[in-house]
Each structure stands twice: as structure tokens, then as C-alpha cells.
Design a protein around this ligand. Structure first.
Ligand code: DGL
Length: 254
């Protein structure tokens, strides 16, 4: 099975990593819209337009499934993507919520959702969580984590200052039980976020989508390594370099 993994930039490589680790698919075509990232500060219509343009790119590859690794795209453009292709389209929001439900049974637990401005404004995580009966949900747009992670910062005082800025007040009033990392970049600082929030269980989109897809697409032993190709709308070599750094031996040298 050949899948297309789409993200606004490099962040979706965290989702590709989970797919590769679990050997779910024979081939992955990755496209990051590096020329137009970030999507998280754009409005819904722009996010839809960019996503549909990316979809056209993927139509050149005869993919069987389109994975919107980007939380911002998953929040705003899934219906339009589905209406414009004849292959399956999955996003990361529903899998993330289902993964949280497996970890946190208590519907009175304090849940924190973090993501880009557009993801939080879209409110999709929150509305799925409420449908499942969760009552205590706090959503915070934490967009500054995106450039910080891209800068290679994974711990230390800059991150600590941002934790204080975004979560300081909340931490004084509530013990957070679970945090949905509603942005592709956040898994890279998951441990630090959990630590700051006194051990809150963190939900990672990549792991969540693997769990979601695993039943339908069992890991396949008939191939040794997933074939990967990486494309970007700007500086593809830059994206390939990050892919090598983050994915290491999971990908072959291109
Ligand atoms: N990939 C985006 C997301 O998961 C984060 C970066 C952006 O704002 O485009 O929401």
C-alpha cells in the first residue's frame, strides 16, 4: 500500500516516523509545503486552498491513502480533501482523541489541548472530546513552540520560559491529567511538556494514527523497509536533511 503524508512543513516527519517504526505501509510519499509554512496562523479558506493544492500533487503518485499529518489541516480541510479525491483521507484529530480515551478513562479528568492558533480556534479536538463526555477541557494555542523546535531547541531556559508563559497560571489552578499534543512539532518536546505538567499523559499524533490504522493495515512482513520519497515546495534538500536527522536508519539514503 502506498500512502501520501502531507504536512505544512517538516513537522509531519514525526508522524512519518511512527508510520515507519510500525512498518504499516510499503511506500510513503511525503510532501511538506515548506514554501508556505506555517499554516497555523492562516485562516480556514487559505488552509483549505493550500491543502487542495497539495492533494493535486499527490494525485501524480497513485496513492491509496492520504494522511493529513498536520493538525491544522486536519482541523480545517478534511471534508474538502475527502470531497476531491477517490482515495481514503485520514487526519490526526480523531485518532488523537481516541488514543486519549484509551489512556484516560475518567471523564472528569483535566485535559489540556495544545496546538496552533488555527487548530485551537477550529475547536475540533475540544468538540470530539466533549462528544465522548470529557468535561474539563482547556485549550491553549502554543504556536511559539513551532519555531523553537525547528531551531533545534528541545530543553533549557527558552522552553522553560515558554512553559511558564503558556501553562504557568493553569498549573497553579489544576492538575492536568492528559495533554493532547495537537501539533506535529510537539512530540519532539513531549517529555519536557509532561515533566512541566507534573507527569500529564501526552498524546502524540503519530502514535495515535498508528493505533487508529493498525487494525485495518497490519504491519506487513513481506517487505524489508518502507520505501520513502520526500518532496517540498521549497528547499527540498533542507527537508531531506531533516528527514535524515529525525528518521535515521528508518529511511534509506536517497
Ligand atoms: N504542522 C502544523 C500543525 O501540526 C504546525 C506548523 C504550522 O503552523 O504549519 O498544526
Amino acid at each position: 500500500m502506498k500512502v501520501g503524508v502531507f504536512d505544512s512543513g517538516i513537522g509531519g516527519l514525526t508522524v512519518a516516523k511512527s508510520l515507519l517504526e510500525h512498518k504499516l505501509f510499503e511506500e510513503i510519499i511525503y510532501f511538506g509545503d515548506t514554501a508556505r509554512v506555517p499554516y497555523g496562523v492562516k485562516d480556514k479558506n487559505t488552509i483549505i486552498r493550500y491543502s487542495l493544492e497539495a492533494l493535486e500533487f499527490f494525485k501524480n503518485f497513485e496513492i491509496d491513502l492520504f494522511i493529513a499529518a498536520c493538525n491544522t489541516v486536519s482541523s480545517h480541510a478534511l471534508d474538502e480533501l475527502r470531497a476531491n479525491c477517490d482515495f481514503g483521507v485520514v487526519g490526526v484529530i480523531e485518532p488523537g482523541v481516541l488514543a486519549l480515551e484509551k489512556k484516560i478513562k475518567d471523564k472528569n479528568a483535566n485535559i489540556l489541548v495544545i496546538g496552533t492558533k488555527a487548530t485551537i480556534a477550529g475547536g475540533l479536538y475540544e468538540s470530539y472530546l466533549r462528544q465522548l463526555g470529557y468535561k474539563n477541557i482547556t485549550s491553549i494555542a502554543t504556536g511559539l513552540f513551532v519555531p523553537v523546535v525547528e531551531e533545534g531547541i528541545r530543553k533549557g531556559e527558552i522552553l522553560d520560559a515558554l512553559f511558564e508563559h503558556y501553562f504557568g497560571k493553569l498549573k497553579q489552578t489544576k492538575k492536568i491529567d492528559g495533554v493532547i499534543l495537537g501539533c506535529t512539532h510537539f512530540p519532539l518536546i513531549a517529555d519536557e511538556i509532561s515533566k512541566y505538567l507534573n507527569g500529564a499523559a501526552a498524546i502524540h499524533s503519530g502514535e495515535a494514527i498508528v493505533e487508529y490504522l493498525e487494525d485495518a493495515h497490519k504491519a506487513d512482513d513481506s517487505f524489508t523497509k518502507t520505501k520513502t520519497s520526500f518532496f517540498a515546495s521549497e528547499n527540498p534538500n533542507g527537508l531531506k536533511k531533516v528527514a535524515k536527522d529525525w528518521l535515521g536508519d528508518l529511511i534509506s539514503n536517497e
